[in-house]
Ligand binder design. Sequence first.
Ligand code: NOJ
Length: 515
Amino acid sequence: MPKWLDNAVFYEIYPQSFHDTNADGIGDFEGIIQKLDYIKMLGCNAIWINPCFESPFNDAGYDISDYYKVAPRYGTNDDLKRLLKEAHHRNIHVLFDLVPGHTSIEHPWFRESMKNEQNEYTHRYIWTDNTWEPPLGLSYLRGVSDRDGACGVNYYSTQPALNYGYANPTRPYMKSPDHPAALANRDEMKNIMRFWMDMGCDGFRVDMAATLIKNDPDRSENIKLWQEFREFFDKEYPDCAMISEWGEPQNAIAGGFHMDFLLHVGPAAYTSLFRSENPFFSKAGTGDISVFANQYSKFYNTVDGKGLICIPSGNHDMHRLRENRDIDDMKLCFVFLLTMPGSPFIYYGDEIGMKYLPHVKSKEKGYHRTGSRSPMQWDNTQNTGFSKADSGSLYIPIDPDENRPTVKDQLSDNNSLLKTVSDLIRMRLETPALQNCAGFRFVYAQENKYPLVYERSDGDNSYIIIINPANRQESCILDIELDGALQIYSVGGQIEIAGNKITAKPVSAAIFKVN
Ligand code: NOJ
């Protein structure tokens, strides 16, 4: 594992909406450069930038038409290089987004593959042998090409699936993972990664990593494929981080990823924390932490010592953490997010409690996700300091609420969420037992019960974290005596310890040093 991942705290930047410096209504690389000092002040020491490559933007950039060139709306390749330099200058590592599973329909490879005449790209996508035969288990395009065949897509109809083969080919059109075209796709992805790593990027967040090889129910062929990529990384770029959008840490880490995200889809039980009908983190206090704790423990026990699990504050695909929550609730969420193992990922704007905007018009096929992608709220000047463009020409409109949170207001408020988040990050960076790879165990995470209690430790020190999001006093008996424990952090109501008994006032959280 690259050493820097041990205490990396990430900030996710959706480049469209972060900071616009040329008044065209959309964010740019120069805008990110100008805000690196803010990110540093917040305490984050790493960033992930959503795809910023050439694209027709039929899925906000997850439909790439040139993997080697940035989208002109953000700047030039040289500007991105400068961004890397400026970030490194501040000891900030930078991840790019790798989208290996599909391209845009406008990618020249796809255009070539649509041709009736055989060529280098004929088998680089998943085509059946006649237009009326759909590719098994995939959505597809047909009637779009001279070629007789239907082509599998991964996500939207504008995102044809690159062919990495089938784990269990059952039809003549299904290639095996070692078919020359499937291997050529792997080689091309390595070239793409080399290109950006040689420019100075520090690794990749990998899109839809579990699904490159099709018809692979136990993921074994995808695991093998990623192991090969990991060998490539270890040999050529050992300091580069590989982080997967997979949602099954046991498989992703077996595949050689350094860290896997818990996702709002799939088996991770992540939604039960913040985004289900009855989330644990809610004043209602009707959630069930054991759903998450049981699943997380299984994952954790399998990957401990081999790789990390990341619990993000949110991302560009989910409703914002702030939805259905006030600032006090948000503080408790961040106590959790910033004291759990694995690298924390903060989605831009969550640190000030930006809201999900339910009525905003879909942009670049964001649909409901668009409400979580609105412009960053820096201050109270024109367009909240995001852009000098006319407000009607912004990429996505600003949150119209005149009481919307801003960085500027929260910087001067000692009770702000921003202050809580930066204090917690600072504490994490100064406390090895709270960092990414240090030990973890649930101490009290009972079915339908509050509070949640867990322990973090390294060889020398141990900390107990207690969180009671419910709007009522809660108490519990632990399996350890905490007399003499020293409270080093608290937020919200008071938490008292007497022997092995904890009493937590409504909406409270605290961190105690045990030895
Ligand atoms: C996951 C990305 O996070 C999402 O935004 C995108 O639409 C799909 N993958 C397809 O690439």
